[in-house]
Write a protein that binds this ligand. Structure first.
Ligand code: IMP
Length: 183
């Protein structure tokens, strides 16, 4: 298989593309109901949330005035263990002050990234701030974080696909897979 060589291999599909798409539609409906008639800056955390966010916003109807923005934070690099350090590599292009902001993340693992970003965003004085997270892994939680819109709770397995990667690989897969060491 082409993707061999990074020390991990695809093991099993944990969430199929169909299951993911149905849940994304439900989350979009919740967001639409809550923000109807209002403007909201949906802000994705690159790169992991890009695919989730692009599906999500396309399912929210025109009654919500959606603006899109992105931030990028330093990631795990080529390791699957959290360093706990969060560095803003790219900030929002829009001012969050007095605006409604929904931060879109791919996964909450230890919770350190989301906790840091929540503090950073709330310090900017947004009109409102909510978080939308595709996956939560409660087993590895180090800090409590509020997730306002959550896709799925998963067990303690390193997952790839639907935007999530290991060492840059497998983001493009429509399903979410667990990976295991090659040997
Ligand atoms: P946290 O700060 O430990 O919550 O980690 C959040 C970030 O770690 C996510 O945005 C991902 O980039 C990365 N991450 C954590 N677990 C996984 C996983 O199972 N697959 C892919 N990336 C992960």
């Amino acid at each position: 298989m082409i993707a061999e060589g990074c020390g991990y291999k695809l093991d099993n599909i944990m969430l199929s593309g169909g299951v993911i798409q149905r849940r994304v539609s439900e989350l979009a409906a919740e967001i639409e109901a809550e923000y109807r008639g209002r403007e909201v800056i949906v802000t994705g955390v690159l790169k992991g949330a890009a695919i989730f966010m692009s599906d999500l916003v396309r399912r929210v109807g025109p009654s919500v005035d959606i603006r899109m923005d992105f931030i990028a934070v330093s990631s795990y690099g080529n390791s699957s263990a959290s360093s706990g350090a969060v560095k803003i590599v790219k900030d929002m292009d829009t001012y969050a002050e007095d605006k409604n902001v929904i931060l879109v993340e791919d996964i909450v693992d230890t919770g350190l990234t989301l906790a840091y970003l929540r503090d950073m965003f709330t310090a900017r004085g947004p009109g409102s701030f909510k978080t939308c997270v595709l996956l939560e892994k409660p087993a590895r939680k180090k800090v409590d974080t509020v997730i306002d819109y959550k896709g799925f709770t998963i067990e303690d397995v390193f997952v790839v696909g639907y935007g999530l990667d290991y060492a840059g690989r497998w983001r493009h897969l429509p399903d979410i897979w667990g990976v295991v060491p090659e040997k």
